[in-house]
Design a protein around this ligand. Structure first.
Ligand SMILES: [Zn+2]
Length: 372
């Protein structure tokens, strides 16, 4: 996928076409002057297609039926990726500043590619446009997502002799009660809504039906507001666990709290233990970049006035560019969010053509607003 993007960039006259160490595909269309730099971003990964038999249209055939491109990645995100790549090229010698394009790896697993791109700093944009579906609206943020693990510990033993063991499962009701208490009291944002937390998985070790387990890991999926830190989440869980499972009352048993992590390996060989956290972010609807973007895009369907400005329901790599690195970030792309990650994924090609036609003026308007 990355190599295909690089080939297209070469053909389209991009400069500095390369893979970075994470395998992000990067290129630039130089501006006619030294104006503000904009980065266009989609990602090269997709979520799994699942059972092809559950699809009305084969997930990887790229079929167009009645003006809709069907299949995994049609809208999340290869359709918008192609659109961004070609829209930037249409601005050759016409944009006031450089237009960077970087399509990143691992977006669907917490954004390792965007994290590395931002940390390495070879691409230093003044604004970022994310190509996750907005159905033609201008999106300005989303909640973040964190995975927290509660580790319950005991002493393993043969199930025929429970007295010799300490069953870690006995701590599970207290741990779930703590999660319920946390869930009832979550902070709220007027635009993004309420932070939410849910217990989603229990792993028991050893995985054997005739052994009393010495370790139980309870996974919490936490949809967080911008600015939430790992430390704050872990401290909150620990403080509620201290109430429902007071340490002194648990002979031979114990608990701890940690952030979930996953070993991720990029196709370039770069490997990291990545904390499974996608940060949130929220732009001020009055920010000049947001105002310029909404004005330049206009209303889908040809109505009067600026585009609708709203948050996304899902998380994107904008959490890294804006939430962590403070770079003004917005989203604009065709496609309806409700089809993302489903077996009905599709892209309306008329809407895609409309968005493609809007993209150059969107980029220019952002650059002009930043220059002012
Ligand atoms: Zn996506």
């Amino acid at each position: 996928m990355a190599r295909r993007i690089l080939r297209e960039m070469e053909v389209l006259g991009y400069e500095g076409v390369r893979l970075d160490r994470a395998g992000n595909a990067v290129g630039v269309i130089p501006g006619r002057s030294d104006g503000p730099k904009v980065l266009l971003n989609c990602h090269t990964d997709v979520v799994a297609a699942g059972d092809p038999g559950e699809w009305e249209v084969p997930p990887y055939a790229g079929e167009v039926r009645e003006g809709l491109l069907h299949g995994r990645g049609a809208m999340d995100i290869k359709g918008p990726l192609a659109l961004q790549t070609y829209a930037a090229a249409a601005l050759a010698e016409d944009a006031p500043g450089d237009v960077w394009v970087a399509h990143t790896v691992f977006e669907e697993r917490g954004g390792l590619g965007m994290k590395v791109l931002m940390e390495d700093g070879e691409v230093r944009p003044d604004a970022v446009v994310i190509g996750e579906s907005t159905h033609g609206d201008v999106c300005i943020g989303h909640r973040g997502r964190a995975e927290v693990e509660v580790v319950l510990t005991g002493l393993a033993g043969h199930a025929s002799a429970p007295a010799r063991a300490r069953n870690a499962l006995h701590l599970l009701p207290g741990a779930l009660e703590a999660v319920e208490r946390i869930a009832r009291d979550q902070p709220e944002d007027p635009v993004l809504g309420t932070s939410s937390v849910a217990a989603t998985m229990v792993d028991v070790l050893p995985e054997s039906r005739n052994v009393i387990p010495d370790q139980v890991v309870l996974t919490l999926d936490w949809r967080i507001l911008p600015g939430t830190t790992d430390e704050a989440l872990m401290a909150r869980v620990a403080s509620e666990l201290t109430r429902t499972l007071p340490p002194g009352s648990l002979p031979g048993l114990g608990w701890s709290v940690r952030m979930a992590s996953e070993h991720q390996r990029c196709f370039t060989g770069l490997a990291q233990d990545k904390n499974l956290l996608t940060p949130g972010f929220l732009m001020d609807p009055e920010h000049p970049v947001v105002k310029a973007a909404a004005g330049a895009v206009g209303r889908r369907g040809g109505g009067v006035g600026p585009a609708t400005v709203r948050p996304w329901t899902f998380a994107t790599d904008g959490g890294w560019s804006c939430g962590v690195h403070g770079i003004p970030t917005i989203g604009f792309a065709p496609g309806e969010e409700r089809f993302a990650h489903t077996n009905r994924e599709r892209l309306d090609l008329d809407e895609a053509r409309w968005a493609f036609e809007r993209y150059p003026r969107l980029i220019r308007a952002i650059q002009e607003a930043l220059a002012r």
